[in-house]
Design a binder for this molecule. Structure first.
Ligand SMILES: [Zn+2]
Length: 504
């Protein structure tokens, strides 16, 4: 690929490094849906996985490679033939593809992890790049733990892998140890000391252990890096990776400093952020830059006054530029189907006729319980309807008896195949009683690994969203349920989890 000097290539690794975040595992369909979102957003390269690691990873890379045509699809490989073969096989269906090989180059990694001397490492790296090059032209090489590697050895290995055919060289701050001035200096030094560096693009990959992953990436760009590896919402190993939305918006908002642009359609940012949050179960903190619920909210009276007079007084970015929704009061119980559909269109949501029917019915029932329906409510309603999975069990209703000093008891009514099922159970709390009743009806035994509740909107009548992580039959899934009643939201989330397992 040819890159104009001022273009920063966005290499998204949400599906690879992001998925390495503890507890973030996603299934193939979820990964594919995120990949579609990334493609639509204009991401240049999608690192879809590490094919040799597991069958699941291999299949996910293969599915992404087969279906996504707008972005380059990348597979990760150690500097070992069988890894490169697996990556190549997984990428076979891709229109545009890249193999990313890596090998550690810091003394501490070479000695303790790989037990090899520098000359052996250099040979392994060159051999790996040469071998990968026989498979495809677009090859990236990463000297793992580059920021802690000895400089002269790092320059030497970069020169040799470029000679061997690497078209991108990535400089990872694998352990998140660097600070911005130092890391920027490293990139500048690489530019000045690797004789053939102009034949490759310099990439960076920063972790956020010291909270400076984004700052390091930006400083690297100022010093000549032209590819950034990042993830949506900054998810990843340990404290995570540099966050894509923050890098992209910093480059855009401060183009006076960076003089660089990206291919990212920034209006897609919030949508993809929601998708990643939904499938990983990682709630975005309200104060998170760019995509947090409070990122564009002004609370202080003096700020609100300023904003009303002139937005730029306190606003450096416009919420609509990142596709941020959720400030407007839009619909109520008298709103019709047309208004509902139009509003969804503005939010970038297009439903099939049958999905729209179901979503509208749900909207009506929520508008009955809730005076004001906000954009966030609409998104929650729609996400509940857009399901790829088949609904074996439907929630009908529940009645709960609970209170201080009473053993909670729940009567649950579900429907399946046109038949109504009823069960009364007691438990340690009303949610526990609910789940015991559902287990009793479905004859499945679920183990609840995680449970979280948060309000999707504002006000006492807000929609509550419950996230559950459940293991049933050794299969773990994440599922959601929304309602103005938290017990109902809890029941729906659990039933969605059951349906998800049954559809696997
Ligand atoms: Zn990483």
């Amino acid at each position: 690929m040819t890159i104009k000097k001022d273009k920063v290539v966005i290499f998204d690794t949400t599906l690879r490094d992001g998925e390495q975040a503890p507890g973030a595992s996603m299934n193939q369909e979820e990964k594919l849906e995120i990949a579609y979102g990334l493609e639509q957003m204009g991401v240049d390269i999608i690192e879809a996985g590490f094919p040799i690691i597991s069958k699941g990873d291999f299949e996910a890379v293969r599915a992404v490679a087969k279906n996504i045509k707008g972005s380059i699809i990348c597979g990760l490989a150690r500097s070992i033939k069988k890894d490169i073969d697996a990556a190549n096989d997984a990428l076979r269906g891709a229109k545009k593809k890249r193999i990313h090989v890596f090998l550690a180059t810091s003394k501490i990694h070479m000695k303790h992890k790989l037990r090899k001397n520098p000359d052996e490492i250099l040979k392994m790296a060159v051999d790996a790049v040469k071998y990968a090059k026989t498979k495809m032209p677009d090859i990236e090489f990463s000297p793992e733990d580059a920021s802690r590697s000895e400089r002269s050895f790092l320059y030497r290995i970069l020169e040799e892998v470029i000679k061997a055919g690497a078209t991108t060289v990535n400089i990872p701050d694998t352990v998140g140890y660097s600070i911005p001035s130092e890391y920027g200096g490293l990139i500048a030094d690489i530019k000045n000391n690797v004789p053939n560096i102009n034949k490759a693009i310099i990439s960076v990959h920063c972790h956020d252990d010291l909270g400076v992953g984004v700052a390091n990436s930006l400083e690297a760009i100022r010093n000549g890096a032209r590819q950034v590896e990042c993830t949506v919402n900054g998810i990843g190993e340990r404290a995570g990776n540099a966050s894509m939305e923050e890098i992209v918006m910093a480059l855009k908002t401060r183009s006076d400093i960076y003089d660089c642009s990206t291919n990212i359609k920034t209006t897609e940012i919030c949508r993809v952020s929601r998708l990643v949050s939904k499938y990983t179960g990682f709630v975005v903190p309200p104060n998170k830059a760019i995509v947090g619920a409070n990122a564009f909210r002004h609370e202080a009276g003096i700020h609100q006054d300023g904003i009303l007079k002139e937005r730029s007084t306190y606003e450096i970015m416009r919420p609509e530029d990142v596709g941020f929704v959720g400030t407007g009061l839009v619909l109520g119980k008298h709103s019709g189907r047309h208004a509902f559909k139009e509003r969804l269109k503005i939010l970038g949501i297009n439903l099939k006729a049958s999905e729209l029917d179901n979503a509208f019915v749900r909207f009506k029932s929520i508008a009955d319980k809730k005076k004001n329906v906000f954009d966030e409510d609409l998104i929650a309603i729609v996400e509940d309807e857009v399901k790829v999975i088949e609904e074996t069990w439907h929630f009908i209703s529940l009645v709960a008896h609970s209170g201080t000093d009473i053993k909670p008891e729940v009567e649950m009514i579900l429907k399946s195949n046109g038949k109504i099922y009823r069960q009364v159970s007691s438990g340690d709390g009303p949610v526990d009683a609910c789940y015991k009743a559902i287990d009793g009806i479905t004859k499945l035994k679920g183990e609840l690994l995680d449970y979280a509740i948060h309000s999707v909107t504002r006000g006492k009548d807000a929609l509550g969203e419950v996230m559950v992580k459940v293991t049933i039959d050794k299969k773990s899934v994440i599922a959601y349920g929304t309602s103005t009643d938290i017990l109902e939201a809890s029941a729906k989330a659990y039933i969605n989890a059951v349906n998800k397992v049954l559809s696997l």
